[in-house]
Design a protein around this ligand. Structure first.
Ligand code: PLP
Length: 379
């Protein structure tokens, strides 16, 4: 089986596993135990990991809250902001291509009376400027815009969105889950007030994420969702996952350090994949000319359902989009937002490459993919 679904999740790198290992066994202390050396060692490891992760995104370590992944970080950010909001500033604005973790949390908040506005995107997935200008105002609490789209790989131009949010006194919440190791993540350059990270998208452990909350200019204040021992400055109670935190830091450090090298190596494979795909009649690559991360290729084959193609390729691990929507049987909301019909959305397929993919496996995969497309679509 050849794995071509690295945007769904990635394997944990050996260096990451090695860094995590002692914190499961001989160094098993609780980072909140302040009375003995087991706790002190764990607490010190968490502090160092926090510093490493902060450095990767140009933040301060006090600005990070650890949690169980991007979904929780997004929920904490949005529900936390909403619970802390004033009656005159409750508007929630989000791009139509945001991950379901954002869309569904916002819809949940709408049921409590928070006004919401979905921003349409163009055929590449870039947010419509006019709609943003019309939507963001002095009543807007937060604007949600992801840095890298998990389905298409589009890198959203965020400067303008950040500037508009700031001008109106609204916060920018950036879901950067898919970015580390693929494109630089700098909270100041992005202009993010809140930013979401997930370890398992960049060769770290699953069930581990972090929320960045800007401390000044402006200071972001949220209410907690989980109560208990007062961990993470009272914003996310629960015993810290020390191995997970150490692993996340090592994964992010490696991803940040190796980003340009990985871009060259994997980008070369992705370009070759797209070169071959473009030679087949009826293949359309999404956002071909737009700024995209180097590992992702989203395309459709006219008249050929992606599910049939996946069935015809039992040796390849492929996906029709996000792991969540591929389970649901609904057309992807991202494809629909790009203006595709249901039929075109069901024809869409995502290939996402990663650093543990061997060159030989890749050649085999392209060969199998292209001949299956030709065979199944009859071209
Ligand atoms: N946001 C994006 C863009 C994602 O790709 C994912 C992954 O599915 C998530 C959020 C949710 O991440 P997690 O699995 O860490 O909850």
């Amino acid at each position: 089986m050849i794995y071509l679904d690295y945007n769904a999740t990635t394997p944990v790198l050996p260096e990451v596993l090695e860094a995590m290992h002692p914190w499961f066994g001989e160094r098993f202390g609780n980072a909140a135990s302040a009375t003995h050396s087991f706790g002190w060692a764990a607490s010190e490891a968490v502090k160092m990991a926090r510093e490493t992760i902060a450095q990767c995104i140009e933040a301060e370590r006090e600005e990070l809250i650890f949690c169980s992944g991007a979904t929780e970080a997004i929920n904490l950010a949005l529900q936390g902001l909403a619970m802390h909001s004033k009656p005159e500033r409750r508007g929630l604005v989000y791009l139509a291509t945001e991950h379901k973790a954002v869309v569904d949390t916002i819809k949940h908040l709408a049921s409590f009376g928070f006004p919401i506005t979905e921003i349409p995107v163009d055929a590449n997935g870039v947010a419509e400027q006019k709609a943003l200008e019309a939507a963001i105002n002095q009543q807007t609490l937060v604007v949600c815009a992801m840095l890298v789209n998990n389905e298409t790989g589009l890198i959203q131009p965020l400067e303008h969105i950040a500037e508009m949010a700031r001008r109106n006194g609204a916060f920018l919440l950036c879901d950067a889950s898919q970015a580390p190791g693929k494109t630089p993540v700098n909270v100041h350059q992005i202009g993010a007030d809140l930013l979401v990270l997930s370890a398992h998208k960049c060769y770290g452990p699953k069930g581990m994420g972090a929320l960045y909350l800007r401390r000044k200019n402006p200071r972001v204040q949220i209410a907690p969702m989980i109560f208990g021992g007062g961990h993470e400055k009272g914003l996310r109670s629960g015993t810290l996952n020390v191995p997970g935190i150490v692993g996340m830091a090592e994964a992010l450090r490696l991803a940040t350090e190796n980003c340009s090298q990985w871009a060259q190596e994997i980008g070369r494979m992705r370009d070759e994949l797209e070169r071959q795909l473009q030679q087949i009649q009826g293949v359309h690559i999404t956002a071909l000319k737009a700024a995209r991360v180097y590992n992702t290729s989203h395309f459709r084959v006219e008249g050929l359902r992606a599910s049939s193609l996946i069935k015809a390729l039992p040796g390849l691990a492929l996906s029709t989009g996000s792991a969540c929507s591929s389970a649901g049987g609904e057309p992807s909301h991202v494809c629909k937002a790009l203006g595709m019909t249901d039929k075109q959305a069901f024809e869409s397929l995502r290939i996402s490459l990663g650093i543990t993919l061997q060159a030989r496996e890749f050649s085999t995969a392209i060969e199998q993919l292209c001949s299956a497309i030709r065979r199944e679509s009859g071209v």
